[in-house]
Design a protein around this ligand. Structure first.
Ligand SMILES: Cc1ncc(COP(=O)(O)O)c(C=O)c1O
Length: 387
């Protein structure tokens, strides 16, 4: 079993997943053993489960400023993103053009690839050196047959915040659906849903259990189911609802996060890391989520650094969790035009509650390991110059 926070580890990989909140665990456990009904059953235990399910739906809808009927529960971010794009495509076959960005999560990019094979034309909008999509670029690519524009709220690797409200407004004016993958931004940054037609959310990124999420679908959106069966979730997502997960998702929204405190410690770590020669912070420093640090150290291997830190009880990632099992260069960093010798030496630190002492320990250990790796690296970084 890997090291958990309780046994002294410092977990800095909260963009990959989070520790389930204690209050959520307590609340959810009732729904395994006491109120374990199937919301489709007609007897009292089933009716009770249905009541709790609808209560959770209303609470979540209220939290985002939507109506309960606009929440479709799913198994998480991947399924919500698949449902958004494939569901729109199925329901609107006359429109064959999609716009997305080059820095989306693989579950959007791979879905687009599938749709391309089915005859869809997909435009992938690039990003600037700051890792941010230009809304004007999106606007220029909209055509008469554009079905949907899908741009993520916060990038999962570099934490940059995309101008989704601005893009959504453009889409609204042009009569094009707008979808956002809000998996990394949800509960951290508020989003005005006024012009957003669809939004994907995942529970396990926000201290709720894994295997639960939802797709917000604005009333009036023409969308079809991609999973068929018993007709749950108003026919849009068949399958027995994951009531413990859904209850956990609603419960976690009551939790308050001290964002300012995390941001302050994040900035302290960034200052410390920038003292190491040959260090770069990737992506906009201003337009980024408060808990993300994405840093590159010239001429070393990020994987080696990650493993050395792991042996000290510090859990970080070399990029996105989903891509870091394949030793491949990050397509996100490539899109920013970052040099290869920096790309390979990248780390992502995504913070939750952390003390100043822990933060200073992390900086000290990273500096120590980077220096060690530099000693054996054939690529030397000396006196501020690359050799
Ligand atoms: C931006 C983004 N979208 C989608 C997903 C997939 O979410 P899930 O793990 O709930 O399927 C992730 C998870 O890493 C993500 O970061």
């Amino acid at each position: 079993m890997s090291r958990g926070i309780e046994v002294g580890g410092i977990y800095l990989d909260n963009a990959a997943t989070t520790r389930v909140d204690e209050g959520v665990v307590k609340k959810v456990s009732e729904f395994f053993t006491k109120n374990y009904g199937n919301a489709s059953s007609q007897h009292s235990i089933g009716r009770e489960a249905k009541e709790e399910l609808e209560k959770a739906r209303s609470e979540i809808a209220k939290f985002i400023g939507a109506e309960a009927s606009e929440i479709v529960f799913t198994s998480g971010g991947t399924e919500s993103n698949n449902l958004a794009l494939k569901g729109l495509a199925l329901a609107n076959p006359e429109k064959k053009h999609i716009i997305t960005s080059v820095i989306e999560h693989p579950c959007i990019l791979e879905t687009c690839k599938v749709l391309e094979k089915q005859g869809y034309k997909v435009n992938y909008v690039g990003v600037g050196k700051d890792g941010i999509v230009d809304a004007k670029d999106v606007e220029r690519k909209i055509r008469k047959d554009t079905l949907v524009v899908s741009v993520m709220h916060v990038n999962n690797e570099i934490g940059t915040i995309q101008p989704v409200e601005e893009i959504a407004e453009i889409c609204k004016k042009k009569g094009v659906y707008f979808h956002t993958d809000a998996v990394q931004g949800f509960t951290k940054i508020n989003l005005d849903l006024k012009n957003i037609d669809l939004m994907s959310v995942s529970g396990h990124k926000i201290h709720a259990p894994k295997g639960v999420g939802f797709l917000y679908v604005k009333k009036g959106t023409k969308i079809s189911a991609i999973i068929n069966g018993g007709g749950q979730e108003s026919g849009l997502r068949s399958g027995t609802e994951n009531i413990p997960g859904i209850i956990g998702l609603a419960e976690v929204l009551k939790k308050k996060i001290d964002k300012k405190k995390i941001e302050k410690i994040r900035d302290r770590i960034v200052r410390g890391l920038l003292e190491i020669p040959g260090t770069k912070i990737n992506g906009s420093r201003d337009n980024r989520i408060y808990n993300n640090i994405h840093v590159s150290f010239y001429g070393i291997e990020g994987e080696s650094l990650m493993l050395m830190l792991d042996s000290e009880g510090i859990c970080v990632s070399t990029g996105s969790a989903c891509a870091s099992t394949k030793l491949k260069e990050s397509y996100v960093l490539k899109a920013l035009g970052i040099e290869e010798l920096y790309i390979h030496g990248s780390l992502r630190l995504t913070l939750d509650e952390i003390t100043v002492e822990e933060a200073d320990f992390v900086v000290e250990k990273i500096a120590e390991k980077v220096m060690k790796l530099r000693e054996i690296s054939p690529f030397k970084f000396e006196k501020g110059e690359m050799k």
